[in-house]
Design a protein around this ligand. Sequence first.
Ligand code: SF4
Length: 430
Amino acid sequence: MINPWSSKQYFDYNKLKKDFGIEDTDDYFDNYLFKRHLIFGQRSLDYIEYAINNKMKFNAVTGLMPSGHMHLGNKVTIDQLIYFQSLGADVFITVADLESYATRNIPLEKAKEIAINEYIANYISMGLKPCRIYFQSNDSDTQGLSFILSNETNMSELKAIYGLDDSSSILHVNSPIIQASDVLHSQLKKFGGAAPTIVPVGVDQDPHIRLMRDIAQRLRIYNVKIENNRIAVYIKGKDDPHKYIDNAVDVLGKNHYETEKNYEYRSINIKNSTANDKIKIDLLLANEEKDYNNFTFIGPSATFQRLETGLKGGKMSSSVPDSLIALNDSEEDATRKIKHAVTGGRKTVEEQKQFGGNPDICPVFELYNYHVKDDDYVQRVYDECKGGARMCGPCKKEAAENISMFLKNLRDKKDESLSKLNDYLINKSF
Ligand code: SF4
C-alpha cells in the first residue's frame, strides 16, 4: 500500500509501476525531466498530449503546504508546472493553509507569510507566469465542490484505498475529498469547463489521483469505453436516456462518426471508431454534457516524479536541515551543505581514478541531474565520474557553484516577484 501521509517511504519505482498500473513516460515530451526519467511514470498523459497537439484548453494543478521551507526537492513540481504553462496550460495552485493549521498547528497568518515568502515568490522568480493561486481557507469554489464530491465515495472505499480504520481521524477522511476538489475545481464552468488536467506529484500521492479519477468518472453522464478496439458510450443514471443519446449521436455525426444507438441498453456503438478515438470522443462528449451537468470532469492525468535523494543519503527532510537546500538558503549555506554531502565516490583518489565513481547513487550528481538543464553538460559529468576522470572534491565545488548561481538569481528577483503577487493571488486567506 502507498500511504500519502507517511514520510518514511522509499520506493521501488518499477514495482510500483507494475503493481499500480502506472505507465511509462517515454517519448511524450522533449523536456529534460522526461528525457532523464526523473518523471518515471504517468496516468493518462495522452489526454494532455492530445490537448496540446489540438490547441485545446488544459489545466495544470498543484498544491503547497505552507510549512517549513521550499527546497530543491519540491522544485521539480514547479519546474513541470512552468513547463506545462509554457505549452499553454492554465495553472491553478492551492495553498493548503487549513491543512497546515490542522496537522502542524501553523496559524493562518503565519501560513500566509510562509506561502508567499518561501514558495510563491520563488515560483514567480523561477518563471511562473500569472495564474490562479488561492488559499484553501477562503475559497468557496473548492469548499462547495468538496460537498458534491463527498457524495461520490464512502467509507469502505476509503478504507480499501488508504487503510483507514475506526480510529482514523475525520481529517484523513476529508483530506482526499478536499484534494479531489482542489484538482477538479479547475474544470468548473467558471474556469472554462471540463478539460484535461495534469497534476505533477510524487508517487505517494497516487492513491489521491486514483480516487479523484474514479470520482470524476462517477459524475459523468457519458461513460466512454473501449470494447473490442471500438468505442462504446454508456449513459449513466436513471433519467430517460433519449435526450442524451440523441444529442451525443448528433455531435458524433458532425464529427463523421457512424453510430448505432440502443435506448434500452442506454448505449451507443461507434461503428467506424478505433481505440485511438477514445480521447477525442470523450472530450467531445464532455463538452456536450457540460450543458446539462454542472459537474462534468475529465479524469485528471498525473506525472510521477522520482524523489530527489537528500544530501545525507535517504530522504530530504526538514528534520535534517543539512539533507536539503532550501530555496531561501544563502549561497554559503548551500556550499557548506554540498561540501559535506555523501557521494558515490571511492574511498581514495587512486581508486576513483582506477575504477571511477558511481553517479547513480550520488546525491551530488542528482544536483546536476535535477537542476541543470543542459543535457550535454550533465552527460559529461556522468561520464567523467564513471570513467574516473572526475574527483568528488572539485565535483562538489562545481555543483555548489551551479546551485549558488540559481539561488542568487532567485534572491535578486525576489523583490520584483513580491511586487507582482496581485497578478497571482485571487484571495488572501482569513
Ligand atoms: S565525482 Fe561527483 S558525481 Fe561522481 S561520485 Fe563524486 S561527487 Fe558524485
